[in-house]
Ligand binder design. Structure first.
Ligand code: SF4
Ligand code: NI
Ligand code: NI
Length: 706
């Protein structure tokens, strides 16, 4: 079979090429030259996942390359052998690529991104598990023309698919103004062997979320086949190395669709589809990806790919709020007679009456009736406004409540977007995302200067009442909620969410979990009555333990809510931040996904994440949601906020006044925040200790942590 022959020849070519480059690198840099990708805890992830061989220097690579050649490259043309040839090609590509990163060089220039670091992988953890991102497409080669190729990529973006691009298809997308880059979940990897960065991304998912130990080849592959919904689209003429790489994909459980004629297709695995309108559909089918399609009658594309899109002032057609005009957003629970389903009313000027570059006020009042709706869910639904509008291509929404700031891009205006279309998006999304609690929705949009001043009073009153209610919600409630959403990636991981401790991804609060349980009673958020308290101080309850034990497949026996030193909560992989003990300072530090730099515990975020992810308990280390830091229950058994001695500046700024308030509440004084060191003070314990002493940081006088 021609395909098998290609795989064999491709594997020979790829490994020989790797050998030549490796020999050259050893000659130039010496066998001792360290080799690693930037910002990952998994060294060379393909090798780490499949064989677990430790790679530190380029000298370490030679025996690995030899081994895989001997064991895998087989001339006899069978499907089994073709996959083994594919595996060898993945090794070769990983080696070739890693060699480009020697001596800390950044080998990739715009528009190519090359290796995708761990923090980005973790960032997409939750959307991948909750299937906001339902699958992954790897597009390789050159499409028949830029227009239809770009159309296909945009179709994938609108469907929420994560996309990796390799070869000329990248330039074709740029030519047609397709938005690419990490913020659009569309990664322009580069050329040729750079396709391996899609592969090492997938393998890291297994290592980081699945908790699969390095070198467990069978389990690593099983994880890919079961949990990573990826497929390959091969465009344009193929060559033997690409064939071999495609069998590498098949080895991982990922099918290929090509626009080229194929003499002998492999049904379900390697199929031809020359019609560009049908390629995506076939790929999704072959990989078993099901989409939840909502048709929204607006002239712009709606999809998670556009969530990260920023619209600069100069690209904005019109702007609202952000301190320059009055703005607010409000979701209200209403009675059955108060809501006319589907009604959209615009009070004030439509976009046609707004000159380019102008600023107008904007208010959204979303009235919801639902038999199962509760007042507690208003805030949960209100926060969805941010995502739902941001998903619009050419729409930009930041902040919330009466701080809301919105821009409509010139491109969206040119496409015909109207103010009332905000209402179309909100109604369609609320009804499709929350069918169990939302029966009727109506939206009032206010752009009138006078009316808004009147209506905002209603909103401000509501916010105040809601905040008062939230303040009164403490961990004393009887019922906590589980979250096992991440089990689709981290099979043994269980979060338990309480009013004063949100999930470590930062995306699931106790109220979110409560609402989601109402929406989907058999879903990932289950109510658990705490039952008997086994340890008041550390926060351990019998029924929570039982639940966690059963749902972690009998791996986690007990969890303490309020300490990181003994049986801390497990970490899946998509945590916003990580805390770690600093023995010399008698305290703890926290670093965030956004902060790439070194930290006083001697590890970067990626390295730390590599030690405590995958649903394991690691005393002294724990993933956490940013907002947990200002909770009154923050590691209470360890001494609370007073233990915090180091955090990145970025996190200090993010928490802002809330952190100061929390410090005052703990009796630490408003100036406590200034006693917390950050990267400008130092990134080792030795560097920050004198600062802590000078500032008389309270942790230094507390009981020893260990
Ligand atoms: Fe995952 Fe926990 Fe967040 Fe749920 S709360 S999505 S399990 S990290
Ligand atoms: Ni947007
Ligand atoms: Ni997770």
């Amino acid at each position: 079979m021609e395909l098998f022959k290609g795989a064999y020849e491709g594997a020979v070519t790829a490994t020989s090429y790797a050998e030549i480059l490796l020999a050259k690198a050893i000659k130039v840099h010496g066998a001792d030259c360290p080799v690693k990708y930037p910002d990952t805890a998994y060294r060379l992830p393909v090798i780490t996942a499949l064989s677990g061989e430790e790679v530190n220097t380029i000298g370490d690579l030679a025996p690995i390359l030899n081994r895989i050649r001997t064991t895998n490259i087989k001339e006899e043309l069978t499907l089994e052998n073709a996959k083994l040839n594919g595996e060898a090609t993945l090794y070769a590509a990983e080696i070739i690529e890693a060699l480009r990163y020697l001596k800390g060089v950044k080998p990739d220039q715009y528009p190519y991104c090359g290796f995708v670091p761990d923090p980005i992988l973790r960032k997409f953890g939750v959307p991948l598990v909750d299937q906001t991102i339902p699958g992954v497409a790897v597009i390789v080669g050159k499409g028949k023309d830029s227009k239809s190729t770009a159309k296909m990529v945009k179709d994938l973006q609108a469907k929420g698919i994560m996309i990796f691009l390799v070869n000329e298809v990248i330039e074709q997308c740029i030519e047609e103004n397709v938005k690419i880059g990490a913020e659009f979940i569309t990664f322009p990897l580069g050329n040729f062997t750079q396709v391996i960065h899609a592969v090492n991304f997938a393998f890291r998912a297994g290592l980081a979320f699945g908790g699969i130990p390095a070198g467990q080849r069978e389990r690593a592959i099983e994880y890919q086949a079961k949990r990573v919904f990826a497929f390959v689209i091969q465009l344009g003429p193929n060559d033997v190395v690409k064939y071999a790489a495609e069998f590498g994909a098949m080895f991982m459980g990922f099918p290929t669709v090509t626009d080229q004629p194929v003499a002998e297709e492999i049904p379900d695995w390697y199929q031809s589809e020359p019609d560009y309108e049908k390629i995506v559909k076939l790929g999704l089918e072959l990989r078993g990806i099901k989409l939840k399609i909502v048709d929204i009658p607006v002239p712009i594309t709606i999809g998670p790919a556009f969530e990260g899109e920023t619209i600069r002032k100069k690209d904005a057609y019109v702007e609202f709020g952000g301190g320059r005009s009055t703005s607010f957003e409000l979701v209200r629970m209403c009675g059955v007679d108060e809501v006319e389903d589907g009604k959209i009313e615009v009070i004030g000027p439509e976009i046609d009456e707004m000159p380019e570059g102008s600023i107008f006020p904007l208010g959204f009042m979303v009235d919801i009736y639902g038999r199962k709706m509760q007042e507690d869910f208003e805030g949960v639904l209100e926060r969805r406004i941010h995502y739902n509008l941001n998903y619009g291509e050419g729409l930009w929404h930041v902040a919330q409540r009466n701080m809301m700031w919105v821009r409509i891009g010139k491109n969206a205006h040119a496409a015909g977007f109207k103010i009332r279309d905000f209402g179309e998006i909100l109604i369609a999304k609320f009804k499709s995302d929350f069918p169990a609690i939302v029966d009727r929705v109506q939206v009032t949009i206010i752009t009138d200067k006078e009316v808004i001043e009147d209506k905002i009073k209603i909103a401000i009153e509501k916010y105040a009442a809601r905040d008062a209610r939230l303040k009164g919600l403490t961990d004393d409630v009887e019922t906590y909620y589980s979250c096992t959403l991440c089990q689709s990636f981290a099979p043994n991981h269980v979060c338990v969410v309480s009013p004063e401790r949100l999930g470590l991804c930062g995306a699931v609060s106790w109220l979110d979990a409560k609402a989601s349980n109402e929406i989907n009673p058999l879903g990932p958020n289950q109510p658990i009555d705490k039952g008997e308290c086994l340890d008041t101080e550390k926060g351990q309850w019998k029924n929570l333990n039982d639940f966690i034990y059963a749902n972690s497949h009998n791996t986690v026996e007990a969890v303490n809510f309020y300490t990181l030193m003994e049986n801390p909560m497990t970490s899946c992989g998509c945590f916003e931040a990580i805390m770690a003990i600093l023995p010399m300072c008698n305290g703890i530090m926290i670093t965030t996904r956004e902060h790439g730099g070194e930290t006083p515990c001697g590890m970067t975020f990626s390295a730390l994440a590599g030690t405590c992810g995958g649903g394991m308990q690691t005393p002294g280390f724990m993933g956490l949601g940013r907002r947990y830091i200002t909770s009154k229950k923050f590691i209470k058994a360890d001494g609370g906020l007073a233990r915090l001695v180091w955090m990145p500046k970025e996190l200090k700024e993010f928490l802002g006044q809330d952190l100061i308030d929390a410090a005052e509440h703990e009796g630490l004084g408003a100036d406590f925040v200034d006693k917390i060191a950050d990267e400008t003070v130092g990134t080792t314990e030795d560097e920050i200790l004198p600062f802590l002493e000078e500032k008389q940081h309270p942790a230094l006088k507390m009981d020893p942590m260990m």
